[in-house]
Every structure is written in C-alpha cells, then in structure tokens.
Design a protein around this ligand. Structure first.
Ligand SMILES: [Zn+2]
Length: 131
C-alpha cells in the first residue's frame, strides 16, 4: 500500500525528493504529476504533486527527506526551500503575490520557470514569510 509522505506545488520539487529516495534504494512514486503539468497553476487547489512510498518505507523516506532536502534543493535548483521558519512545517504554499509573478512569467515565456517567491504561506501555522 502506498502512502503519501510529502506534497509539492511543482513537479520538479517532487522529482528532487524522489531522486533522494532512489539514492537510498527507497521506492518512491509521484502521483498527479500529469495533471499538474497540464494545469500547474491550480496545483495547490488539488493538493499539489504527491510523493508516495510503500507504507513500510515511510519512516525511512521521511528521514531522508528531512535530512537532506534543504541542502539538495539549494544545490540543484538554487531555490529557497518551502519550509516554514516558524514551525518547520513543509506544508506550505506560495504566497499569492509569488503565484501572480509566476503566472506572468508563464504568460510571457510560455514555460513555468521557477516562480518568483515573494513569500510562502504555512498551512500548518498560518505564517506568511518572505522567502
Ligand atoms: Zn508554520
């Protein structure tokens, strides 16, 4: 049985996490990716891209992601991490302003480059922070 261990607003984030798990020989699967690629602007409304692992691997997978996620994200994409600075939750989403900029980039370039993140909003504690 697969369980969801993490959610990502954008597919590339899920792929980074999956590559980490692959390196540790933890089987991982990305759900909803096709839907997000088609309508990525609405990914938050649909809960984002889900990263899933077999239930027996869940604990090990979460350890891997918590240990290395921030470092790898910075190294691989040069982007900030969507972790709430107040409570540490990764259940965050782009602040509305950031999504608007991303949408403008999408219109101008016809490709969703990394969104300009003016801020993130934490779904766990509600804090909006500058990225
Ligand atoms: Zn928080």
């Amino acid at each position: 049985m697969l369980i969801t261990i993490s959610r990502y607003s954008l597919p590339y984030e899920a792929h980074i996490a999956k590559s980490r798990l692959d390196a540790e020989s933890i089987p991982a699967f990305i759900a909803d990716e096709h839907t997000i690629n088609m309508q990525w602007l609405y990914s938050n409304a649909m809960g984002g891209v889900r990263l899933q692992v077999p239930e027996s691997y869940a604990e090990a997978a979460l350890q891997v992601l918590n240990e290395d996620r921030e470092k790898d994200l910075i190294e691989l994409v040069g982007a900030d991490v969507q972790v709430c600075p107040r409570c540490g939750s990764e259940d965050t989403q782009y602040h509305q302003i950031g999504r608007r900029w991303a949408f403008l980039m999408f219109l101008g370039l016809n490709f969703p480059l990394f969104p300009i993140r003016n801020g993130i909003k934490c779904n766990a504690c509600g804090k909006v922070s500058k990225s």
